[in-house]
Design a protein around this ligand. Structure first.
Ligand code: ZN
Length: 368
């Protein structure tokens, strides 16, 4: 893309905006929610009033978090980049190509404009080493920090017993994060055997939620007690009932966690909940209002944490874990490379529950 054709945007608040070529992107279950990372920077020189090459140079490889964040506001200054106050006129927090998240253009494309690039980019220190770990590093822009945030906010630490609801990519990333944090046992629950097999491939215990409607009893078979120290909801409002009840049950995971987390425990909730769900069968659920057994949670003195991950808070540590061979995130989520043209098929496969994380490679860089 010639630099003169780059759309410079209209916001006077954006101090540095650059155009970048996309090396690889991974896609998540929410349509148009995209995660990107880039290389071969093309600086829009018209915007630059000073030399900023001390930050980035043409040809550098960097990660871009999916949260768009300004780096100047109160939230960004305390590292809460998922609720930046300057990137979405409707509410705190913005994201690329995500419904209702500030109208930023998505990144499942050949080139992307990155606002606030002086703040947002994580440069990989060694280009050659980065290319060796390219599939793992692609996960830094969203899925890995999302799972890690779930584990951190659940209070996972050395020796914890952890229940992870959902064996999709977020659940698998959360399970791997719990292992990195030293969990003694990580139990992953899902309705699909193929996904559970993927969870077992890296050392998790699993429970098939189709077989039973009492998660506590299934946990007891593994741990000897019907409770865990903490839990992670990697499903969100699109939950189904357990056992033979496969109807939509948007509060099913929350109620399960209140049931199986021990007194004083915490749960992290990276799974998505919405302010409105027009497709819901239940009148209350249409307005994002769920039937949660809050009294049970209260009586057990539970704590929980909601919202998207502040990806920038974690990405440097997770990059170091990847570059030094401690994290195996691409294998954990079964990263599968496809071309940009194959993206619609990738979405269809993902929607059907395939135990894969599709990575889009628009310039064929990964296959070279
Ligand atoms: Zn901000």
């Amino acid at each position: 893309m010639p630099e003169e054709n780059v759309n410079m945007g209209s916001s006077s608040k954006i101090l540095l905006q650059i155009s970048v070529a996309v090396t690889s992107i991974w896609s998540v279950g929410v349509p148009l929610h995209h995660q990107v990372w880039y290389w071969d920077m093309k600086l829009p020189v018209k915007l630059l009033k000073q030399d900023v090459t001390w930050i980035i140079k043409k040809g550098d490889i960097v990660s871009v978090p999916f949260n768009v964040a300004c780096g100047r506001c109160k939230m960004c200054q305390r590292q809460d980049t998922h609720i930046c106050l300057n990137v979405n006129p409707e509410r705190p927090g913005g994201a690329y190509g995500y419904v209702d998240m500030g109208g930023w253009v998505g990144g499942q494309s050949e080139y992307v404009m990155v606002p606030y690039a002086d703040f947002q980019l994580l440069k990989f220190p060694d280009k050659e080493k980065a290319m060796e770990k390219i599939l793992d590093l692609t996960m830094l822009s969203d899925i890995f920090p999302t799972g890690y945030h779930g584990a951190i906010s659940a209070g996972v630490t050395t020796g914890s017993t952890v229940y992870v609801a959902g064996a999709g990519p977020v659940g698998l990333a959360a399970a791997h994060s719990a292992q990195l944090l030293g969990a003694a046992v990580v139990i992953v629950g899902d309705l699909k055997e193929e996904r559970l097999k993927q969870a077992r491939s890296f050392g998790c215990e699993t429970i098939n939620l189709q077989e039973h409607d009492d998660v506590g009893e299934q946990i007891e078979e593994i741990l000897g007690v019907p409770e865990v120290d903490c839990a992670i909801d990697a499903v969100g409002f699109e939950a189904y009932g357990h056992g033979t009840d496969h109807e939509d049950a948007p509060a099913a995971v929350l109620n399960t966690m209140m049931d199986v987390v021990e007194a004083g425990g915490k749960y992290g909730i990276p799974g998505l909940y919405v302010t409105e769900d027009p497709g819901a069968k239940d009148k209350d659920a249409k307005q994002g209002s769920l039937k949660v057994r809050f009294g049970l949670g209260w009586s057990k003195a539970h704590s929980f944490s909601t919202g998207q991950t502040p990806a920038m808070k974690y990405q440097r540590q997770l990059m170091m874990a990847i570059l030094n061979g401690k994290a195996d995130i691409a294998n954990v989520v079964n990263a599968t490379v496809i071309s940009l043209d194959e993206a619609p098929e990738g979405y269809a496969d993902f929607d059907s529950g395939a135990a894969k994380k599709f990575v889009i490679d628009p310039h064929g860089t990964l296959s070279k």
